[in-house]
Design a protein around this ligand. Structure first.
Ligand SMILES: [Zn+2]
Length: 454
């Protein structure tokens, strides 16, 4: 081999080694990201959001050490479309994941997901989840390198928070040197509410404190309610909400253990942590129960807590949305977000941002609805075109419809809603699904009946 070829080969080898070294250095200096998604936890159950039952001591301490977004919105009232927004930075009409009971749609094939961006930057990406809608068959978690997703066999038998935290800690223990993006989803606060005995004893109503036999709602009750069966008496739903409180408190204990585990493994300093919920839950706030059926704040107002190196503790009162998370998680990791994440998503760490309209849509059952929030005002449009207007600044519980009193605001907000909606729908189209038979069986046994069962 001529000497000049040998020198050229040496040069190529040297450049390659330097490049590999710089890649390694670049990934090693980047923050890891832990995204915790607590299914069905409404913001007003956390102490740091004003709840006085003492359900969430660990989350309250976490909130005080980082950023707490006091006006954070989900964009859909159930898991599939809401989580797809978190992982794509797109509104439900555009990412396509969601659909209706019995006609579910998957994430569009051409949409970029957050784990795909982390994969491209050399991260380890892993998803731990406990509901069939986060199965990769729906597309939302398709780009995680590895997944540990347990679809509940029924709406009682599920992997609980203790075992979910164990799975997360075991993964943290075993993962290598590279930075990671870990999503951990907890299903405990979702119906059926059935907290472990110590939490029943502390938070349930008197007849249910020691007797662990009463559960609500059973699968049959959930299916019936979604098909329009009358609600049970208020007293039954109050008992149910007390059990739900017990689930939130149990979840808080296990989140505390997860955060402590991060600390003990020496990972806390280099890991940005975001904790949020996909949507809330209704307990007769507007005459209904559960979620997936309307767009009032008990379903859209979600906790959003963030802690990362260099971020000073604060309460952020600006109106923000989970559509901002994909962009922000890139920023926290030091990655450049793709244009898709910045189309609607703002950087949550940017304090100078102007207010902008925030959209919600995508009921799974009940009439199709759209909602638009702009500052403290919120407009809801029903299927028949009728409109409701609320001023959340003075009426956070949405009890006084101002549509008749402020017609000019209704016209302005409806115009904005139409603009955002038209834009999304021009890009929209969900992916038709052929779901594996076993996954369908699990969904049906958890109360998500398709047409043939109704
Ligand atoms: Zn959910």
């Amino acid at each position: 081999m001529p000497p000049e070829t040998l020198s050229w080969l040496r040069l190529v080898l040297l450049v390659g080694l330097v490049w590999l070294g710089s890649c390694r250095e670049a990934t090693e200096s980047r923050s890891s990201v832990l995204l915790v998604l607590t299914d069905t936890v409404r913001a007003d159950k956390l102490g740091c959001y004003g709840n006085e039952r003492g359900l969430t001591p660990n989350l309250d301490v976490f909130a005080a050490r980082g950023l707490r977004f006091s006006r954070a919105s989900s964009h859909a009232p159930w898991t599939l479309p809401a989580t797809a927004t978190i992982l794509t930075g797109l509104y439900p009409a555009e990412h396509g994941a969601g659909g209706r009971l019995g006609d579910f749609q998957g994430l569009r094939g051409d949409v970029t997901t957050l784990p795909a961006v982390f994969n491209g930057a050399g991260y380890d990406t892993h998803c731990i989840a406990n509901v069939g809608f986060l199965d990769s068959a729906f597309g939302v978690t398709r780009d995680f390198q590895t997944t540990d997703i347990v679809a509940p066999k029924s709406n009682v038998e599920m992997r609980d928070a203790r075992r979910t935290t164990d799975a997360a800690l075991a993964w943290l223990e075993s993962h290598g040197e590279r930075p990671f993006f870990l999503l951990v989803h907890y299903f405990d606060a979702h119906a059926v509410y059935n907290p472990p005995l110590p939490f029943r004893e502390r938070f349930a109503r008197e007849p249910d404190r020691r007797d662990g036999s009463w559960l609500f709602p059973t699968r049959a009750q959930m299916v019936a309610l979604r098909s329009g069966a009358p609600l049970p008496p208020r007293e039954t739903l109050e008992r149910a909400e007390a059990l739900y409180d017990g689930e939130v408190a149990y979840l808080d204990q296990e989140l505390g253990r997860l955060l402590e585990g991060l600390e003990q493994r020496g990972l806390a300093e280099e890991t940005a942590v975001v904790i949020t919920s996909d949507h809330g839950e209704e307990f007769l706030d507007h005459g209904g129960f559960e979620h997936g059926h309307q767009l009032y704040q008990e379903l859209l107002h979600v906790p959003l807590l963030l802690s990362a190196r260099g971020v000073k503790p604060a309460v952020v009162e600006r109106v923000v949305g989970q559509v901002d998370l994909a962009r922000t998680l890139c920023r926290l990791a030091g990655l450049t977000p793709p244009a898709q994440f910045t189309r609607f998503g703002h950087d949550l760490l940017d304090t100078e941002l102007p207010s902008r309209p925030i959209l919600a849509q995508g009921n799974m059952w009940g009439e199709p609805l759209f909602a638009l929030r702009m500052g403290s005002e919120k407009l809801i449009r029903r299927e028949d075109g009728s409109l409701e207007l609320y001023d959340l600044g003075v009426d956070p519980g949405e009890q006084s419809d101002l549509a008749a009193l402020r017609p000019e605001r209704v016209v302005a907000l409806e115009g904005l809603l139409g603009e955002v909606q038209r834009y999304c729908e021009a890009h929209a189209a969900g992916r038709d699904l052929e779901l594996p038979a076993e996954l369908l069986r699990h969904l049906r046994s958890a109360g998500y009946a398709g047409e043939e069962e109704r």
